[in-house]
Ligand binder design. Structure first.
Ligand code: GLN
Length: 541
């Protein structure tokens, strides 16, 4: 019998529901329970793959190629829940399914409505998450957005119904709210939380646990009691979630407040006590690190960190392994163009990252950065577009292929060293049509990549439309490029990883290694890149 935890948010968006859900998942897993996780997003896009990552945050990709909300990245980094196409559902996806059924005549004779048809579809998706062959003890369902939003109403109504369908004793509602601190009066204000809970109760959902985001402050006993009283929740279930750094210490804060015990009590579940020694040691090691590796992330200017969430986190994990902090500094690639002093911009860094990207803006600056890294033997790490950039740079400056480019930026290039994947020809739709998800990659003997992974076959996740053009394989190999890993496609080997000979550390992959990195299991390429950056720093100093 599966039990359910529903996480909702109140007062403001971005209140940290994803981290709360992931932390709770981690704590329950540590108690030997099998968990599943899911995020429901109220927007109309069928998935976030068509949204601007600079506004909405990164698109996280699962093994089976779902383009999902970045909160799923937190779920994977904190837990071992298996995420898939089923793990993220948007209003758009739900309506899409219902409308297709209507067109097929599955509701023939009926008026199709939000209740029951849309809510039924939402419930079916929750049910399908737990109807696997592999049983789940607790399914955690997070609802995006904020209580009170028009667009989240069908999801909350579906939860209200679902709770009755499976029995209220099998459900636990966790509400995450902001408790603001008002400087003028010098106190935390509980009123917005009361209003938010009232809005939730109007819909028919009573929270069992309230997680209060209190910023730099902590709830006093009286404030806890006040929230408990006004919101009809037990005192101990008012959880204090002040800002905590590092991120991975957050579940430990919840553990100190017995959040897992409270959830288990509400769900009527017994579970053995957990041993968080390994996680705690990881957090301690992260905090104790005193060295710093300075990495330049060369790319388009980004307003906020969420656009590259998994990359930032993968560097944290790599830092833990190398006992250092990794400071990632975004260097605007457009500023490296047209006669810019590249070495002045990059000489203070211990490593250079060129990350994923689309479109032609800033490309020449990225190529200049790759050239600088190659020529000055600065560790270089390319991810997806960053691999394509490394290939173009080498083609132009070492293989004598003047004007080499990707057909993504220069359709008429004389040397299309990067060109459209064959299966992409004729693809017109933008949503969900890239080469997505996990593919097998065979690593070649004697390469840095194989040494990093310690394996000859690996699986990494992808999200791209262009690939290395094998017509240029000989020219680039002669110029010093080593193909360290390929995906055999039948008609050709798709180049998945390249590296350079005669360079301390220059590796680039067509895939997104950041999606599989976890704090207790750093991704091998990130780990070794940071290691190389530290060695480079020592040698230089
Ligand atoms: N724009 C490139 C492609 O589609 C790279 C994509 C990426 O970096 N994710 O192939």
């Amino acid at each position: 019998m599966t039990k359910y935890i529903f996480t909702t948010g109140g007062v403001v968006s971005s209140v940290g529901k994803g981290i709360v859900s992931a932390s709770l998942g981690m704590l329950l897993e540590a108690r030997g329970l099998r968990i599943a996780m899911m995020k429901m997003d109220p927007y109309i896009n069928v998935d976030p793959g068509t949204m601007n990552p600079y506004e909405h945050g990164e698109v996280f990709v699962t093994d089976d190629g779902a383009e999902t909300d970045l909160d799923l990245g937190h779920y994977e980094r904190f837990t071992s829940a298996k995420l898939s196409q089923k793990s993220n559902a948007t209003t758009g996806a739900v309506y899409n399914t219902v409308i297709q059924k209507e067109r097929r005549g599955e509701f023939l004779g009926k008026t199709v409505q939000v209740i029951p048809h849309i809510t039924d579809e939402i419930k079916a998706r929750i049910r399908s998450l737990t109807a696997e062959e592999e049983p789940v003890d607790v399914a955690i369902i997070e609802i995006g957005g904020t209580v009170g939003d028009i667009e989240s109403l069908p999801f909350l109504e579906a939860l209200r119904q679902y709770r009755l369908d499976v029995g209220p004793e099998n459900c636990c509602c966790v509400h995450v709210t902001l408790v603001p601190f008002i400087d003028a009066s010098g106190e935390l204000k509980t009123k917005p939380t009361q209003h938010s809970v009232r809005a939730l109760r109007d819909i028919g959902l009573q929270p069992d646990i309230i997680v209060c985001r209190t910023g730099k402050h902590s709830l006093a006993k009286e404030q806890r009691q006040k929230i408990a009283l006004f919101c009809n929740v037990t005192n101990d279930a008012i959880i204090n979630a002040e800002d905590i750094s590092p991120l991975y210490a957050i579940p430990l804060n919840f553990k100190r407040q017995a959040l897992d015990d409270i959830a288990l009590r509400i769900l009527g579940l017994g579970a053995p006590e957990s041993d968080l020694a390994e996680w705690t040691a990881m957090v301690d090691r992260l905090q104790a690190a005193d060295a710093t590796a300075h990495i330049a992330a060369v790319g388009k200017y980004v307003g906020h960190d969420d656009a590259y969430k998994s990359i930032n986190e993968a560097f944290v994990h790599a830092g833990i392994h190398n006992d250092c902090k990794v400071r990632l500094t975004w260097v605007d690639s457009e500023k490296l163009e047209q006669g810019a002093d590249i070495s002045k911009a990059l000489e203070k860094f211990d490593g250079i990252l060129v990350g994923p990207g689309f479109g032609s803006r800033g490309i020449e600056g990225k190529i200049a950065a790759a050239q600088y890294a190659r020529e000055n033997k600065v560790p270089y790490f390319g991810i997806c577009l960053g691999m394509q950039i490394a290939v173009i740079e080498l083609a132009r400056h070492k293989a004598g292929l003047k004007g080499a480019a990707s057909t993504e930026f220069v359709p008429e290039t004389p040397h299309p060293v990067i060109s459209l994947l064959s299966e992409q020809r004729g693809v017109k739709d933008m949503g969900g049509t890239m080469r997505l998800g996990q593919y097998r990659c065979e690593l070649r003997e004697g390469t840095r990549a194989r040494a990093a992974y310690g394996a000859d076959v690996i699986y990494e996740r992808h999200r791209h439309r262009y690939e290395f053009n094998n017509e240029y394989l000989d020219a680039l190999t002669a110029a010093g490029m080593v193909v360290s890993g390929v995906h055999p496609k039948g008609d050709h080997d798709l180049v998945e990883i390249i590296e350079l000979k005669d360079h301390p550390w220059f590796c680039a992959g067509q895939f997104h290694p950041e999606f599989k990195s976890k704090p207790l299991r750093p991704q091998p390429l990130f780990r070794d890149f940071v290691g190389a950056a530290l060695r480079y720093r020592e040698k230089r100093d």
